[in-house]
Ligand binder design. Structure first.
Ligand code: PGA
Length: 253
C-alpha cells in the first residue's frame, strides 16, 4: 500500500509571521484531532523554510522547497542550493511546477537536472506534469505528459531510486482557476501515468510511486477525486493556506 500524501504549495504567500501562525494553529487545533493515515507536506516560500525547520518536527509536517538549483553551490544569484535546503531538515523538492515552466521558462532538460540534484541530495522530488487547455482540447494530454516524464527523468540512471519519486498531475487549466478536473478525467490520466511508469520501469516500481492530483482541490471536491483509483493524494495550492481546509482535504484520503 502506498502511503497517501497531502501536500500544500504555498507559492509566494505567507510571511514569517503568517507561517508561524499557521504552524501554531496546526499544533493547537489540528494535531489534537484523531490522526490520519497520510503524510502532510508543505512547500512554503524559500524565506519561510527556516520557520518550518524549527517547528515542523513537532507539528508532524514534512516540508520542502518549491524549487531548487541543480548545483550544490556556486555563482547563481537568487537560486536555492539543495544542500542548504536539506540542511534545514527539508525532505522534499517540488520540481517543474507549471508556474516555473510557463512564467520562469523552465524546460524539461533543466527540470531533469533538478530531479537528479534532488535525489543526489536526499530530497524526494515531487515532479509536476500537466497539459494546458489548448493541449487537452487538441487531444495532446497524454503526449504532453509523456514528454514531461521522459524529459524530467532523462538523467536517472539507477531506476531503483525512483521509488522515492512522486508525480503530481496538475492540469494547467485547473490550477488556481476554481475549475477542477472531473473525476473521470483524473482517473483516466492517473491510470495512463501509472501504466506509462509500469511499462518503463516495471510494475512493482511503478506501484511504489505516488501519483497526486493538483488543481483547485478544495474540501468540497476532494472526496470524489480521492475515490478514484491511482489517486494517492493531492497537491493543494490555495486551500493549503488554511489549516482546517487542508486537514479537511486530507480526511478524504
Ligand atoms: P490550486 O494550486 O490548488 O490553488 O489550484 C495547485 C498548485 O498550483 O499546485
Amino acid at each position: 500500500m502506498r502511503i497517501k500524501i497531502c501536500a500544500g504549495n504555498w507559492k509566494m504567500y505567507k510571511t514569517h509571521e503568517e507561517a508561524r501562525a499557521f504552524l501554531h494553529e496546526w499544533n493547537e487545533k489540528i494535531l489534537p484531532l484523531p490522526p490520519l493515515r497520510c503524510r502532510f507536506v508543505i512547500f512554503p516560500p524559500a524565506y519561510d523554510l527556516s520557520v518550518f525547520s524549527s517547528v515542523a518536527a513537532d507539528a508532524s509536517i514534512e516540508f520542502g522547497a518549491q524549487n531548487i538549483h541543480f548545483a550544490k553551490e556556486g555563482a547563481f544569484t537568487g537560486e536555492l542550493s539543495p544542500v542548504a535546503v536539506k540542511s534545514l531538515g527539508a525532505k522534499w523538492a517540488l520540481i517543474g511546477h507549471s508556474e516555473r515552466r510557463t512564467l520562469f521558462g523552465e524546460t524539461d532538460s533543466l527540470i531533469a537536472k533538478k530531479v537528479l540534484a534532488a535525489f543526489e541530495n536526499n530530497l524526494s522530488p515531487m515532479l509536476c506534469v500537466g497539459e494546458t487547455l489548448a493541449e487537452r482540447e487538441a487531444d495532446q494530454t497524454q503526449a504532453v505528459i509523456v514528454r514531461q516524464l521522459v524529459g524530467g527523468l532523462a538523467r536517472i540512471q539507477d531506476k531503483n531510486i525512483l521509488s522515492k519519486l512522486v508525480i503530481a498531475y496538475e492540469p494547467v487549466w485547473a490550477i488556481g482557476t476554481g475549475r477542477v478536473a472531473t473525476p473521470a478525467q483524473v482517473a483516466e490520466t492517473h491510470l495512463f501515468i501509472r501504466q506509462y511508469l509500469a511499462d518503463k520501469f516495471g510494475s512493482s516500481l511503478s506501484h511504489s510511486m505516488a501519483i497526486l492530483y493538483g488543481g483547485s482541490v478544495k474540501p468540497d471536491n476532494a472526496r470524489e477525486l480521492s475515490a478514484q483509483e491511482n489517486v494517492d493524494g493531492f497537491l493543494v495550492g490555495g486551500a493549503s493556506l488554511n489549516p482546517s481546509d487542508f486537514r479537511k482535504i486530507a480526511e478524504t484520503l
